[in-house]
Design a protein around this ligand. Structure first.
Ligand code: HEC
Length: 219
């Protein structure tokens, strides 16, 4: 306002004194044109500056950063805790069948599989050096309980290593359950089937399943 030019050229509209926009008043309230407050402008600028890095950080696809990933991590932590409190399970057929149908535990089985087995059995068990675990054909398995046996003692003179001394009994049960759950997930890709086609796994209820299938357990 101290600038004389300002007063000359800008009649009334850019002066930052109060300019009434129109004559009308509503209940004695007038509408003025005033510049936006500085804090407001800086607020918008700060939001605009913040958004792109934020978006990039959380959504650029880096493993483990998105909300969903962190939720999964915490779920896994929680399951590990439950796992440590579960006590030693019995590595038998009924236990294996029970865990084969428990989705939340299959996640733990999958993480054990990812750490120890993908090098030979491929991602999601589609087969590499080791056979495809997603189809209905198996070399060493006739009954679901044979998975436990193969895991504990290995197969084909150590081509499939024995895990008895490397994994705990609980881990062997959960990873076996995960292997059982892989069956039937084949999308036709992966290693061609090896061995014989075997009858489907018993259903979830171990009582009736073992009564009906005990004759089929080939071991
Ligand atoms: C060093 C490579 C290797 C690793 C590691 C390995 N396997 Fe195997 N696995 C094999 C081979 C090879 C066979 C096939 C054995 C045969 O020819 O009879 C096999 C067979 C199997 C079978 C029986 C499949 C069938 O058709 O009879 C199962 C189940 C199995 N593996 C599960 C696992 C799991 C679970 C892990 C991780 C804890 C694992 N394997 C780790 C190499 C491996």
């Amino acid at each position: 306002m101290n600038d004389p030019n300002n007063q000359l050229s800008d009649s009334d509209e850019t002066s930052d004194t109060e300019v009434q926009l129109n004559e009308d008043s509503f209940d004695g309230i007038h509408q003025y044109s005033r510049p936006l407050p500085k804090w407001w402008i800086w607020g918008v600028a700060a939001c605009l500056a913040f958004a792109p890095p934020y978006f990039w950080f959380y959504h650029n696809g880096t493993e483990g950063r998105s909300l969903a990933d962190r939720h999964d991590q915490q779920l896994a932590e929680n399951l590990k805790l439950q796992f440590s409190q579960m006590g030693e399970l019995k590595a038998d057929r009924a236990t294996l069948i029970r865990f084969t149908y428990e989705d939340s535990w299959l996640r733990v089985g999958r993480s054990i599989f990812k750490t120890n087995c993908v090098s030979c059995h491929g991602r999601d068990g589609a087969g590499q050096v080791g056979p495809n675990l997603r189809d209905d054909h198996y070399k060493n398995i006739r009954d679901i309980a044979d998975i436990l046996n193969v895991l504990q003692n290995g197969a084909n003179a150590g081509a499939m290593p024995a895990w008895k001394s490397k994994l705990s009994t609980n881990e062997i049960i959960l990873v076996s359950a995960y292997v059982a759950s892989l069956r039937g997930t084949s999308d036709g890709s992966g290693k061609p089937a090896e061995g014989q086609e075997i009858p489907p796994w018993p259903k979830a209820d171990p009582e009736t399943a073992s009564a009906a299938d005990s004759g089929a357990a080939g071991s």
